[in-house]
Design a protein around this ligand. Structure first.
Ligand SMILES: Cc1cc2nc3c(=O)[nH]c(=O)nc-3n(C[C@H](O)[C@H](O)[C@H](O)COP(=O)(O)OP(=O)(O)OC[C@H]3O[C@@H](n4cnc5c(N)ncnc54)[C@H](O)[C@@H]3O)c2cc1C
Ligand SMILES: *[C@@H]1O[C@H](CO)[C@@H](O)[C@H](O)[C@H]1NC(C)=O
Ligand SMILES: *[C@@H]1O[C@H](CO)[C@@H](O)[C@H](O)[C@H]1NC(C)=O
Ligand SMILES: *[C@@H]1O[C@H](CO)[C@@H](O)[C@H](O)[C@H]1NC(C)=O
Length: 592
């Protein structure tokens, strides 16, 4: 049977760290959502020697199983970032810090993420273009979303409407629908009763409404960008991957401001400089890319001076940090009588079902039913709130532990959840703020490249964000009160939150307090190497993703988003990888 399971039998490119060349044409830093795409696309050009440097190693079988996704977080495959306490947010988590997991493995965060495949709102990209980013309107970027997709299995249902394209020649990323939880049927009824649409697809022309979404999956297993973009090119002769290779800095000539080589530590040992002829592409993600630039002398003068780093280009690197805030305090118990999934006593059966058929609860996530609405405070046509659902099964203590560890809830709060799940299944309906006015920043804490940078989330520093989230909480109340959900015995439950016990439950003061305590990251930080034209004083890269004022360095990843998109950020980042690759090719290939 083992041969059929085929879990984690995927082959990745072998580790070239022991036979590196002295010089490459291009060096890509980080094998994540964007970096894997860039490495693949650049090495399509046979004459170009391409090196991909990745701090982590190969993915492991646990990552293959969607239902186990919480359990990879906080492991060696996670950079394990935490926000700096600010007295205004993340107060209900351990050490008053929100957890910001990031993948440290081939595939980057796509090897540890929730796999939802969501493209965001058309207006998001049109707004990028309005900020002066020519070539980034929705019509410009749609072909790049499309370009990645290449479902390998014809049997998998692939939806294709006039406006949404999932099949395209030459793509490699597989997407398919998550299997459905029985719970979803009930949720749908409540949503429809409230007057919101059930959409066939949130990636369609209309994003307002709820839908069961696609995931970056292949036959019920995770389809990370390592699986999609690196596996097929593992034997390319002009392509090297160096694993467990932590980039320390880019060496830049201070006179000509031209990047020359990359300094990297291989494993626990040697520090070496590797040269490149054409460009280095920084794809370390929204936290590490600004860190790498700052360590290289590109960043805010004040912070670099404090660190004793010679300033090569004074730019607002690390600023403009934007993330989706996810509120975890709207908690409901569901009628005990219903069968919403597989009870914990059936776990072995569920795993057997998964391993043999790739079906059942381990093949899916409760967050795969999501929705977008406009709050009562919305001034635009596009949605400003998304809803994520977390289902905690009755008496599933180990599942609860994984959920609690993912976010780092304070112990008293976990205890109160544990009591609740003894009685019934528990649903957390989490309103998620899509277009925050509050922004944060990343700063170096130390000139030591192995020390984590400081993350100031800035969550809820702008009052208007709170009002929108209060509308989101109100939505969950109205949802609970629908006939459909009432007939199902949906009841609001109080989460114990140490700092909010003085407020009467369900009052506005209570919710404001709860937002500051159990509002946290939806794991979509972006914006810290903002893209913008040279006239934009906050811009770090130009619309071709080159760092302003420096030669030979581009940033291609989630950090270039000038404004966060209205939806989970993986698909948009893969798109940035595709588009970024073409921008590079346009510069270096005579016929393109
Ligand atoms: C727990 C979690 C759940 C998520 N769920 C979803 C979801 O369901 N849907 C969705 O759309 N998005 C989701 N996201 C977000 C999505 O995964 C990210 O937006 C996306 O992966 C960002 O891509 P990136 O290329 O910018 O960075 P990453 O994918 O994080 O890649 C960065 C890579 O660079 C490497 N690196 C960093 N620094 C160095 C260095 N100094 N030297 C060498 N290598 C380095 C890292 O190890 C990593 O491999 C989730 C994220 C997390 C963490
Ligand atoms: C948070 O509050 C404490 C106690 O009032 C204070 O000592 C600390 O300086 C504050 N921290 C910040 C970041 O404001
Ligand atoms: C999907 O996985 C199952 C279980 O391993 C296997 O039987 C089936 O052949 C796979 N389908 C495809 C298309 O690979
Ligand atoms: C928001 O609008 C909805 C629909 O019109 C309404 O039912 C609800 O009460 C409003 N919520 C708030 C907080 O005003």
């Amino acid at each position: 049977m083992d041969a059929n399971l085929n879990l984690g039998k995927q082959e990745y490119p072998s580790d070239a760290s022991y036979h590196l060349l002295d010089e490459y044409d291009f060096i890509v830093i980080g094998a994540g959502a964007a970096g894997s795409v860039v490495a693949n696309r650049l090495s399509e050009v046979q004459e170009w020697k391409v090196l991909l440097l990745e701090a982590g190693g190969d993915p492991v079988p646990t990552m293959e199983i969607p239902g186990l996704y919480f359990r990879i977080i906080n492991s060696e495959f996670d950079w394990q970032y935490r926000t700096v306490p600010d007295n205004n947010s993340c107060l209900g988590f351990k050490n008053q810090a929100c957890r910001w997991p990031r993948g440290k493995v081939l595939g980057g965060s796509t090897s540890i993420n929730g796999m939802l495949y969501i493209r965001g709102n058309k207006d998001d990209y049109d707004n990028w273009e309005k900020l002066g980013n020519i070539g980034w309107s929705f019509d410009d970027v749609l072909p790049y979303f499309e370009k990645s997709i290449g479902n390998r299995d014809d049997e998998i249902l692939v939806k294709q409407t006039d406006e949404v394209f999932y099949n395209s020649e030459g793509g490699v990323l597989n997407i398919e629908e998550f299997h459905q939880y029985p719970l979803e049927e009930y949720l749908r009824m409540g949503i429809e009763e409230l007057g919101y649409d059930i959409l066939e697809d949130v990636n369609g022309p209309n994003q307002l409404g709820f839908a069961h979404v696609e995931g970056t999956l292949i036959n019920g297993t995770r389809c990370s960008t390592a699986k999609a973009f690196l596996n097929p090119i593992k034997d390319r002769r002009n392509f090297h991957v160096s694993k467990r290779s932590h980039v320390i800095k880019i060496n830049i000539d201070p006179e000509t401001k031209t990047a020359q080589s990359v300094r990297v530590r291989i494993g626990e040992g040697e520090v070496i400089d590797i040269g490149f002829k054409k460009e280095v592409i920084v794809s370390g993600g929204a936290i590490n890319s600004p860190q790498i630039l700052m360590l290289s002398g590109i960043g805010p003068k004040e912070n670099l001076d404090d660190m004793g780093i010679r300033v090569i280009q004074d730019l607002k690197v690390g600023d403009n940090l934007q993330d989706h805030l996810l509120f975890l305090g709207s908690v409901f118990s569901l009628n005990k009588g219903r069968d919403f999934g597989t009870p914990p006593e059936a776990y072995n059966d569920a795993m057997y079902e998964y391993l043999t058929k790739r079906r059942g609860p381990y093949s899916t996530l409760s967050t795969s039913f999501t929705g977008f609405i406009r709050s009562n405070h919305s001034e635009e046509d596009r949605s400003d709130l998304q809803f994520h659902q977390f289902l905690l099964w009755s008496k599933d203590n180990s599942g609860l532990k994984a959920f609690a560890d993912l976010f780092g809830f304070a112990d008293d709060t976990v205890d109160s959840l544990e009591k609740l799940i003894q009685e019934s299944d528990v649903l957390i309906m989490a309103p998620t703020l899509l277009h925050p006015k509050s922004t944060g920043k990343i700063l170096l804490k130390s000139p030591d490249p192995f020390q984590k940078p400081e993350i100031y989330s800035g969550y809820l520093s702008d009052e208007s964000d709170i009002n929108i989230l209060l509308d989101g909480i109100d939505f969950t109340t109205r949802f609970m009160n629908t006939i459909a959900m009432q007939s199902d015995g949906m009841t609001r439950e109080k989460l114990f939150i140490q700092g909010c016990e003085m407020y009467d439950f369900e009052t506005e003061s209570y919710w404001r307090c709860a937002l500051k305590h159990v509002g946290t990251s939806a794991f979509n930080p972006v914006g810290t190497c903002k893209m913008g034209p040279s006239t934009d004083p906050d811009a770090v890269v130009d619309p071709t993703l080159k760092v302003h004022g420096v030669k030979g360095v581009r940033v291609v990843d989630s950090s270039i988003m000038p404004n966060i998109v209205g939806g989970n950020t993986n698909a948009p980042t893969i798109m940035i990888g595709e588009k970024g690759s073409d921008l590079i090719k346009m510069d270096w290939l005579e016929s393109f």
